[in-house]
Write a protein that binds this ligand. Sequence first.
Ligand SMILES: NC(=O)c1ccc[n+]([C@@H]2O[C@H](COP(=O)([O-])OP(=O)(O)OC[C@H]3O[C@@H](n4cnc5c(N)ncnc54)[C@H](OP(=O)(O)O)[C@@H]3O)[C@@H](O)[C@H]2O)c1
Length: 352
Amino acid sequence: MTKMNIGIIGTGFIAKILAPQIQSSNKARLAAVSSRTLAKAEKFVANYPGAVAVEGADQLIARDDVDAVYVATPTAAKEDVASRALAAGKQVLIEKPLHSAESFKRLSALAREKGLVLMDATHFVHHPRTAAMRERLADLIGAPRSLHTMFYFPFSDRENIRFDPTNEPMGAVGDMGWYSMRAVVEYLAPNTLEDIKVFAERDPQSGAVIRSTGVLKFDAGKTATFDVGYTAGAAVMDLTVAGTSGILTQDDFVLDWHSGFGFDNPDIQTGFVHRSGMATRNEFAFIETPSERSQHALMIDNFADLIRNGDAAEREIWLSATEKTQVFLDAIWQEIQTQARAVPGTDPSSKK
Ligand SMILES: NC(=O)c1ccc[n+]([C@@H]2O[C@H](COP(=O)([O-])OP(=O)(O)OC[C@H]3O[C@@H](n4cnc5c(N)ncnc54)[C@H](OP(=O)(O)O)[C@@H]3O)[C@@H](O)[C@H]2O)c1
């Protein structure tokens, strides 16, 4: 099988995580890496024989030996870079979150027009656990009614883009809340948002949102609560989906403890827990969903497959999930901004 030639735009934290997965894939190879500073790209590719270092995204996009680009830049730069890649006929894997649903809609319209893949880089949806839980959900818990997620990791580096509202306007909401909203899309599958209440805490120095919690009410009586941020002092990735006849839980819904990047615990099985009725902890059932490959490696494979199979209907499924996730994220963000405007002096966007 001919491997898909992928170029990476950006040389930061997540680019370094994904590069080895691209290079070791049976379906893709790392063809090129671009940086705004050539020396950084050269240093990056030193570990990847055959990969070329280039200066600037445009040079990478212009290369004939690049079929697809992975956009690993801060959110503020994503639409600009991705739209230029799509316009040039390149398939695009883009980091989450997007700047806004409107921004994503412009990109997806371009991808449709060109018949290209546009996929967001959420890893957990590629783990077989996600499909297994979706398939068995109705059988195990009836109709899903409410979903709760809690996602924190301790983080306080003010030099990082997470504390830079210019580059990452939504802060922890965009970074962590993205996964909460994607879980809503995957497991609760609501159609429309009817009501929302959100609380946000900002870093006093940078103005970046560092914690947020809230509740969303959807159609058909479905509800979701979320609690995300950098301030809890411990990593937590809890998910609970409650249905009319049972409950499913995961304690590692974003990055599985087994081999999600950041973790490497071969002894910890990946799966989900089912309970119903008055079951006590001894009676909870752990449903194992093993995977030979990590969820971020599977994401690269699935991206390459989606390009290769040319299936427009399948491309739409991915576009739809991304758009819905971003629409719910935007609603959270709008609520936070509305509150900030109502309390003079708390809206960082007014401190220009
Ligand atoms: N899917 C995941 O699991 C995951 C995990 C972490 C982060 N992310 C997302 O990925 C994005 C990047 O996060 P990160 O932690 O990798 O950030 P990072 O370490 O700051 O890396 C971003 C890179 O983008 C390039 N860059 C910076 N500003 C740019 C600009 N204005 N225009 C073009 N390129 C620019 C820089 O590379 P050069 O200096 O070489 O150009 C920089 O190293 C964020 O939106 C974040 O939410 C996703």
